[in-house]
Design a protein. Structure first.
Length: 642
């Protein structure tokens, strides 16, 4: 009895002591510490890529508008469910009552011709007035009233399996398994969105990014730098491992089709993977804009004839040509891709979808894409479709024109498109070495050529990694650790696309030498004022400047205006007025009294002509009991107690 009371008393005392300690801690001074994170996305000796604020004041006015588009079309009379086309009897009965007569669909196909811009309707239609199993990949539906007037038109794309083709692919896959003995067979689905920089994704597609990072465990390549100007010239490196000029492709000879080149999907196909290729905006197709496209469909499921047919029918488009009836054009392609993944769940597949119309001309439209992509990713994840699939969600480049492109940050983000890779959860566990490399590579300099090498490694998956990667190799698989010594030059990035900043020691008579040192000292002393510790900490003065390094962008990037299909052998002009930039100074000083040694990065903005901190301050010698009079990690580092 007594012992029990004693124990309770002891516990009460302990709780009381903890409570008092908490109160004491709460009473100690509030710390105003800077909220900056790492100031570089890539931070190696030879490449420092600046980590700029997506909402930086210099571009705030250009990016604040978000355009949320809502399809204005009415509820359609027909909708899809797998291979079935259903009639929405509810709508038909309320809207048309007894007037509704029947519907008819016609198939849409490319026909037996070589022209990538041609499509045709099957001459004989199929008439129906209840749900129907569709036997064509692509259809146009019209519904009629009792006086044979058209009351409704719509388009639907299906994924229908072709048994003979599947048999052929099965044979190829067995052969691939025997010959190459891949340790895993992973499907690949690439979903590209035109002109979305990583920064614009952060600003305008936060739900999608969050879903990728938090739910899907995506690898985000933060140092992913484009290697050429526009869509075509960046997609070719991803899908062939070469520059356009190396295909070789002659820009002047636009009559040549693209069939003969070794696109990576051909390799997947010849190893037995079923393929899909889908793009929304047929006029600007990657391989069609000012080009001939493909004489033979490049994939088993090729969306183009359908895209052309829908695009050509003005009657079905609504909402500024972003929607077909009440469906987003983007959503139609995403659903098509989802159907593909669903139907081929048990056999290997490779899909490539690329969406242009919604995002190509507007950074603010990207906001309406957020819900579409995040829904799709949630959908395929919840259906278990990512368990055996590598999802690559990417862009080709950032916004290439408009007001933002004239700013320093606009120039940077044009060159830094988003790039995410999602592997199945079990894969990360089973291959820890590869996973570790993927994680390291998130903050290394990477390019479209690396994506190509990675796709190749996925196809011929060995599960192993090589230890000595040659830094001279232009493309490096992301399963390997990208060397810290990699420069833009190694990676095939021309100077005007290169976002790596270079570092140089400043001479003592450079105007910025003392300016940056003085800013740092002022900043430190200001912390004493802000935290009300001037009565207990000495004000600090310069003892000695150990070094000042300037980290800045190359001038070719800052002046670069534009090029067409520049790449390796084309003169480009640097005729634009140089844009204002920011510099980062890495300052190392020893301060008096106390001889505390500090290192910090400060940022100078050429436009506002003032400094800000670019990261945390490091204390590089021991401070022992020097700062016992204060609390909090920042003040402990800085204060020399009186
Ligand atoms: C892909 O196939 C082509 C031949 O079509 C071949 O030359 C190339 O080396 C293959 N690439 C890979 C990555 O296997
Ligand atoms: C896409 O699929 C989802 C569910 O799978 C459906 O809710 C949505 O309406 C479909 N969208 C289109 C445009 O077909
Ligand atoms: C996912 O795939 C792995 C490896 O193929 C398998 O072991 C596991 O059972 C699968 N999980 C689900 C939910 O299908
Ligand atoms: C920079 O500061 C040092 C020490 O305070 C001083 O000796 C030197 O003259 C200054 N240099 C310039 C260029 O202002
Ligand atoms: C600052 O500290 C002094 C002495 O410790 C104290 O008297 C004063 O109230 C404090 N002021 C603020 C604003 O916290
Ligand atoms: C580069 O261009 C020059 C002049 O137009 C030409 O002589 C040369 O052969 C080209 N080099 C390559 C590799 O295409
Ligand atoms: C830096 O410049 C901006 C804009 O000119 C100004 O609002 C701000 O007060 C300046 N900051 C400092 C620390 O001088």
């Amino acid at each position: 009895m007594k012992r029990k009371n004693y124990a309770i008393l002891m516990m009460l005392l302990i709780v009381l002591a903890m409570y008092m300690a908490t109160i004491k801690m709460m009473k100690t001074r509030v710390i105003h510490s800077p909220t900056v994170t790492s100031h570089f996305l890539v931070d190696t000796e030879v490449c420092r890529m600046p980590n700029v604020d997506p909402f930086d004041s210099s571009i705030k006015s250009l990016v604040k508008y978000k355009n949320f588009i809502k399809c204005r079309g009415v509820t359609p009379l027909t909708f899809q469910e797998g291979q079935i086309l259903r009639l929405n009897m509810g709508v038909i009965n309320t809207k048309y009552k007894r007037q509704f007569s029947y519907c008819e669909y016609h198939g849409i196909n490319r026909g037996n011709n070589m022209d990538d811009n041609k499509y045709q309707y099957t001459p004989h239609g199929t008439i129906f007035n209840k749900d129907i199993v569709v036997t064509e990949q692509f259809i146009r539906v019209k519904c009629y009233d009792k006086s044979h007037r058209v009351i409704y038109s719509n388009y639907h794309a299906f994924i229908l399996q072709q048994p003979t083709r599947l048999q052929q692919l099965k044979t190829r896959f067995s052969k691939h398994n025997e010959e190459n003995e891949p340790r895993e067979t992973l499907n690949v689905v690439m979903i590209g969105v035109d002109s979305v920089s990583r920064l614009n994704l952060i600003r305008n597609m936060p739900t999608t990014r969050d879903y990728l990072l938090r739910h899907l465990g995506a690898i985000e390549l933060q140092g992913y730098n484009k290697v050429a100007d526009n869509t075509f010239v960046n997609i070719v490196p991803i899908t062939t491992g070469r520059f356009v000029e190396e295909l070789p492709w002659d820009e002047q000879k636009r009559g040549e089709p693209m069939d003969k080149y070794n696109f990576i999907w051909k390799n997947f196909s010849s190893c037995g993977y079923t393929t899909l290729y889908a793009e929304d905006y047929p006029q600007t197709g990657i391989f069609n804009y000012l080009k001939r496209g493909f004489h033979v469909p490049p994939a088993d499921h090729y969306y183009r004839p359908f895209a052309l047919a829908v695009d050509g029918d003005k009657s079905v488009w609504t909402t500024d040509h972003h929607c077909v009836g009440d469906r987003f054009e983007t959503d139609m392609i995403l659903n098509y891709t989802t159907e593909f993944m669903k139907l081929y769940n048990r056999v290997p597949y490779f899909g490539f979808s690329f969406l242009t119309r919604l995002t190509h001309d507007s950074i603010s439209n990207t906001a309406s894409a957020d819900i579409l992509y995040s829904n799709m990713f949630r959908d395929i994840h919840n259906q278990g479709l990512l368990n055996n699939t590598v999802l690559i969600f990417f862009s080709d480049h950032g916004m290439r024109f408009g007001a933002i492109r004239k700013t320093y940050i606009g120039k940077l983000e044009e060159r830094l498109p988003m790039m995410f890779l999602v592997f199945p959860k079990w894969f990360y566990k089973k291959y820890p070495q590869i996973t570790q490399n993927l994680k390291i590579n998130q903050n290394r300099l990477t390019t479209p050529f690396d994506i190509y090498e990675t796709l190749e490694d996925i196809l011929y998956f060995t599960g192993g990694v090589t230890d000595d990667i040659d830094v001279q190799q232009r493309g490096i698989s992301l399963f390997e650790e990208i060397p810290v010594s990699r420069t833009c030059d190694h990676a095939g990035i021309l100077p005007h696309w290169c976002t790596c900043m270079s570092q140089q020691e400043l001479s003592t008579n450079d105007q910025f030498y003392n300016m940056s040192v003085n800013y740092l000292i002022d900043y430190i002393n200001q912390q004493f004022v802000l935290n009300n510790v001037t009565d207990i900490c000495w004000p600090l003065k310069l003892g000695r400047t150990k070094s000042v390094h300037i980290i800045k962008n190359n001038d070719k990037l800052l002046k670069f205006k534009q090029s067409l299909n520049d790449v390796i052998n084309r003169t480009v002009s640097y005729n634009e007025k140089r844009v204002h930039s920011t510099y980062i100074f890495q300052v190392a000083v020893s301060l008096m009294p106390g001889s505390g040694e500090f290192e910090a990065a400060v940022r100078y903005d050429e436009t506002s002509r003032n400094f800000t901190m670019a990261g945390d301050i490091s204390r590089i010698n021991k401070y022992g009991h020097d700062s016992d009079c204060v609390h909090g990690s920042l003040l402990r580092k800085l204060c020399y107690c009186k």
